[in-house]
Design a protein around this ligand. Structure first.
Ligand code: CP3
Length: 343
């Protein structure tokens, strides 16, 4: 019997109070994070320094006593290991070069250097060693389509519909990229599991706006392939899919046997998720991160409503996306104590 509430709920049992963790809990809102990041010199130095990355992974557990730590890393380390240069422009976000849209797949290295990712597994080992056994360690990767969107354009896309057009114009190229990412991601997550993560979350941050046929082909199928392959190697690993913006196509995610949990974004109606997804999968998340930024009675009302709706179902408390960077950590502590009180 596991003593981790997150694993307990992911095995399909309702847990009261529900386990709690937050997306972007490690690297967005904590002053202690900013201090460690400064010490590392840059975000990427921090990702590749197991000692510091492990310290940052543990900070939210130490401050908030959340039920899980999420590995400190980034979804864009995979393209870096595939041969693209990666850097972050202050105030603007990630840059990848050369971008694939105009350079084709030759922009990638002939032989990817996956050994670049070794420090990440070391972070997992060091973190699992220090983490309280009752807390879960979550590993993660981006889903292939989401990572591909950054690789194709070389940066965050202001207009994701341009990527759909690119797919319609060059489907073979995009599918080949997704295929390569799928293979690399399986290897990456397999190593994270071997190093000690308890749960995997796959972030599909750019599902929004895709027609159902593309959601199936570009998002669900590759994510399910990754999850199925990981489960064959590690039958006990728990996997949460987070297709942000997938709308009612979430129901198809609910039907995929290799997922244990489905994380819902801010736009998903809670009662719909409870009625349609809960019978098949553990639901996670849903609360608007901006409510936590605001704090106060609106946050309290929403948190209790969410807790009431999922009271008798297996449910993981989380938000519909990562924390807003301006969130006051005291709002988070208050939210957690509210969720942990009996209704
Ligand atoms: O809680 C955590 O911080 C855990 C680690 C984590 C990071 N990125 C660290 C990070 C996780 C789980 C991610 C996932 C990630 N990265 C996603 C999927 C989730 C989502 O938000 O949709 C995406 C799309 C990325 C790509 C990425 N990385 C972007 C667009 C940016 C710049 C804007 C931003 O969100 O800050 C990053 C940088 C990044 N990743 C930072 C951190 C802590 C900020 C770097 C800094 O300190 O300047």
């Amino acid at each position: 019997m596991t003593t981790q509430p997150l694993l307990h709920v992911l095995s399909g049992q309702a847990v009261e109070p529900p386990p709690i963790w937050f997306m972007r809990q490690a690297g967005r809102i904590l002053p202690e994070y900013r201090k460690t990041r400064e010490q590392a010199g840059s975000f990427l130095n921090l990702c590749y320094d197991p000692q510091l990355a492990s310290a940052v992974t543990l900070q939210p557990v130490e401050r908030f006593d959340v039920d899980a730590a999420i590995l400190f890393a980034d979804i864009l380390l995979i393209p870096q290991s595939m041969g693209q240069k990666l850097w972050f422009e202050a105030g603007e976000g990630p840059r990848l070069a050369p971008e694939i849209e105009s350079n084709g797949l030759q922009a990638l290295a002939k032989t990817p250097d996956f050994s670049l990712l070794n420090p990440i597994y070391e972070t997992v080992r060091q973190t699992r060693e220090k983490l309280n056994p009752a807390k879960s360690l979550i590993g993660f990767a981006g889903a292939p389509w989401t990572v591909a969107t950054y690789m194709l354009h070389g940066k965050s896309s202001k207009d994701p519909s341009a990527l759909r057009s690119l797919y319609y114009q060059q489907p073979d190229m995009v599918l080949e990229l997704i295929e390569r990412l799928t293979t690399a991601t399986i290897t990456y997550l397999d190593h994270q599991i071997k190093a000690g993560v308890d749960v995997i979350q796959i972030f599909e941050s750019w599902a929004q706006g895709l027609p159902a046929e593309l959601l199936e082909k570009l998002c669900l199928a590759p994510t399910a392939k990754i999850a199925t392959s990981l489960k064959q190697k590690h039958p006990n690993i728990k996997i949460i899919a987070f297709p942000r913006g997938a709308g009612s196509f979430l129901a198809a995610y609910g039907d995929e046997p290799s997922f244990d949990g489905i994380s819902i974004d801010t736009s998903v109606p809670w009662q719909w998720a409870k009625d349609v997804i809960s019978p098949k999968k553990v639901v996670q998340g849903g609360m608007d991160p901006l409510l936590v930024r605001a704090g106060g009675p609106e946050m309290e009302r929403a948190a209790l409503k969410l807790k009431r709706i999922f009271a008798d179902s297996p449910y993981i408390f989380n938000l519909g996306h990562g924390f807003d960077p301006g969130t006051d950590p005291t709002h988070v502590s208050h939210l957690i104590s509210l969720i942990r009180q009996p209704l």
